[in-house]
Design a binder for this molecule. Sequence first.
Ligand code: ADP
Ligand code: MG
Length: 438
Amino acid sequence: MPSSKNSDDIDASTTNTLCSFPLLITIAILLPCIATLLAILGLAPQRATTIGIDLGTTYSVVAYKDPSTKKIVMIPTDGRSYTSSSASSSTSHLLTPSIVAYTTSETNDNNDKIYVGREAQAYLTTSPKNTIYNSKRLIGRKYTDVNGDTTLSSMPHQFGLLNQTDKDSNAGFILDNGKIISPVEVASKIISTLVNAADTFLGHSNARKVIIAVPAQFNTVQREATALAFTNAGLKVVNMLEEPTAAAIAYGLQNQPHVHNVLVYDFGGGTLDVSLLWMHVGSVQVIGTDGDTNLGGSDFDKCMVELLHQKGRLDNCDMSHLRKIAEQVKRKLSTSTSTIASCGDGIRLSSFQKYKVERSHFEEQCGPLFSKSLEPVTRLLQDQNMLKEDIDEVVLVGGTTRIPKIRNMLKHYFNGRSPKFDIDPDLAVAYGAAMFSA
Ligand code: ADP
Ligand code: MG
């Protein structure tokens, strides 16, 4: 059989020509050949070709496995780096808000400008209908289903049929100008932003394969719609994990011989998802799920707003500002037992208000939310005919699991055994997805 000519081969005629070229040009031509040769011999730094993405309801995260060190690296969107050894440092620069704002350019009305992530956040108050968040809650769902979902009623958006002539078609977001935007398109925009961050961080555009994670409760249509968003963003989906599986993989639990039953407790911005996994010699299976689609971090924010908006506290503060303050205070109370909440500026002193919030006060005020947080765990164990003692490990995922009372309640519930949270709960899913790459 004739052997095909290797593109790296340089035949005699080419070599002769090269000799007559100026030295710099010769080097420029030879360098890629040398790099290829070194890569074949395993002597050159390899380039990552696969990334792991957690396309979250509230925040999205991208990570990759360094081919040389095999360490997981979380990719920042602001140029700073993070490795597995700095798990306790602040991670806000690694989280891209899953928000897309559709605005019109100030100079040209016909020129739509699209902002993603932190840049889009600013439009939440100024242009609420054109600023899409929570799109993951709509992806792959029919209009009739979405329209009847009361858990979506607090969103400022109106939903419409993606295909006006088909009453059975999926739901999209209606913008101020009447245009209907599909959740798949919103997701693609977020994904493209993460991929751009990855390209900048890696210094090349070779990472076009992706491992993705979807909620265990997602049906086939929701999974396909999510995969389509990745494909539309120019990526090849090489694996689709379930989010709790990715979190368990992040801890390597599938390879621990005495660990079989794992409960993954994922408390995010808008929902609580509890999953029961069964693992055996490296394989992981989701055997049951429960949760509360109407309970998440934003409910604790609302509860904090109620606490702060009382007479003599921050009662003069305008609502949109107060909501931001409430979330910051809630986060602060996860690491401090008290904090000062303030509203207003130092210029108009008459309107300046401040109030000291104790963690215990927050816990008391939001007592009913805390009680609801354990209900899905009890239900799931009952449904699976399992006892608390049957659970070998509990893994925490999602920003809301940073609230100390949530951690303590779970520890107490599982008879004093501490749940796992050494990998940042905001990052665990992307971390596990990246670990899954070859
Ligand atoms: P999702 O899976 O929905 O995308 P995340 O897992 O990123 O969401 O969680 C986002 C939620 O976590 C938000 O409601 C945010 O306020 C909350 N959160 C983040 N950090 C903290 C913290 N330190 N203390 C309490 N809540 C936090
Ligand atoms: Mg999440």
